[in-house]
Design a protein around this ligand. Structure first.
Ligand code: ATP
Length: 365
């Protein structure tokens, strides 16, 4: 039942701005792809092109085997012919209609049989745990409940593809977390191929099977959440994903297995590269000891920030500052001497000039 999406060399311009710049990507059937990137990077425009709400300036889009857009062939199917379900930021529930009417409206236009409409609406409401709300108006429900109804409406419509643009951005932090779990479960149950837009990296990491990171209209990396997090293709992706942020340490290659970071060296396979490089290490991968350890480098604890489940430690050595993260409440005090060590498998090496990865912790790429 689920279907693939293929985007080939898609271009969309607004005047001088190239909002989508030659993007090609494939979403395999049943996958949950998140378009992730900072404000203005072209995520919404790409989603709107998929939906048929924008007319691209180049490229092709297939939904399943159906060519829904081709610039060269002059094909552009309207949204209604693309078999999509859309959920946008503002829910877009009709305010003058009850939940039931909101749910059944599109199905009635489709001329589905009455019994079928009733069944689908009932099942979809149960799916989002909103049974019993059919007679309410949107104004009689909380933002989160309205959001669930918007999702239920999409489920009842049973499209082959779900498209969602920041559907959780209006919700408070707690509800957002609940809804993440909800959407992930709904995706699991429905198996529908999903494209989801967000600038929130946690949303992307927690819900997706694939993440496409974008910057200024250009696709930077398309990969699993695990790989985008652990092996970012370039410094932009490395820096955008992760909280606290990844440590990016500037240095100079100093032989085959060493980078000189100024006041100390770090052991990493430099794989024949030369010149200025950046060593990237995630805060949770920095190993801290409160006593001297062979091979570890002495730092001072500049700041210690316990946050219940984990603590963030800012370590300083001359000009170098490194953020480390440890589980639980740290017993380290400010200005304590601490010793940091680095597992080469957790280090990624980037060329400073291009920002591209030279060597990943898992070996040469
Ligand atoms: P956000 O997270 O803020 O929604 P986004 O990544 O979704 O950002 P888009 O909304 O796709 O980004 O915008 C990409 C670029 O295209 C931006 O520079 C934006 O200003 C521009 N743009 C988008 N829509 C239009 C439009 N209708 N007219 C002119 N420029 C537009």
């Amino acid at each position: 039942m689920s279907t693939s999406i293929k985007i080939r060399n898609l271009i969309k311009r607004f005047g001088n701005v190239v909002a989508v710049n030659n993007v090609s990507l494939t979403v395999e059937p049943g996958h949950f792809l998140t378009l992730l990137g900072p404000s203005g990077c072209g995520k919404t425009t790409l989603l709107r092109c998929l939906a048929g709400l924008e007319d691209p300036d180049g490229g092709e889009i297939y939904i399943g085997d159906k060519l829904v857009f081709s610039h060269d062939q002059g094909i552009s199917l309207p949204p209604g012919k693309r078999d999509l379900g859309l959920v946008f930021q503002n829910y877009a529930l009709w305010p003058h209609m009850t939940v039931q009417q909101n749910m059944t409206f599109a199905l009635e236009i489709q001329k589905q049989p009455k019994g079928e409409i009733e069944t689908r609406a009932r099942e979809a409401l149960a799916e989002v745990q909103m049974t019993g709300y059919a007679d309410r108006y949107p104004r009689e429900m909380s933002g989160g409940q309205q959001q669930r109804i918007a999702l239920a409406r999409m489920l009842a419509y049973r499209p082959k593809v779900f498209l969602m643009d920041e559907p959780l951005s209006n919700l408070d932090a707690r509800l957002r977390m609940d809804m993440r779990a909800e959407i992930k479960h709904l995706h699991h149950v429905s198996g529908a191929t999903t494209v989801y837009v967000t600038h929130d990296q946690v949303e992307a990491l927690t819900m997706s099977t694939q993440i496409a990171v974008m910057r200024e209209g250009v696709l930077q990396q398309l990969d699993t959440p695990d790989r985008v997090y652990h092996f970012p293709a370039n410094l932009f992706v490395a820096d955008f994903i992760g909280n606290p942020k990844v440590n990016l340490l500037e240095g100079v290659v100093d032989g085959d297995h060493s980078v000189n970071l100024g006041s100390f060296r770090i052991a990493v396979d430099t794989h024949g590269s030369t010149g200025d490089v950046i060593v990237a290490v995630r805060p949770e991968d920095v190993v801290i000891s409160t006593t001297p350890v062979s091979g570890a480098v002495e730092f001072a604890a500049y700041s210690v920030l316990p946050a219940g489940a984990d603590s963030t430690i800012i370590a300083q050595r001359q000009e170098t500052e490194i953020t480390a993260r440890v589980m639980g409440i740290s017993t380290i005090s400010l200005d304590d001497k601490i010793w940091l060590s680095f597992d080469p498998r957790t280090l990624n090496l980037y060329e400073k000039a291009s920002g591209n990865m030279i060597v990943s912790g898992e070996g040469t790429i």
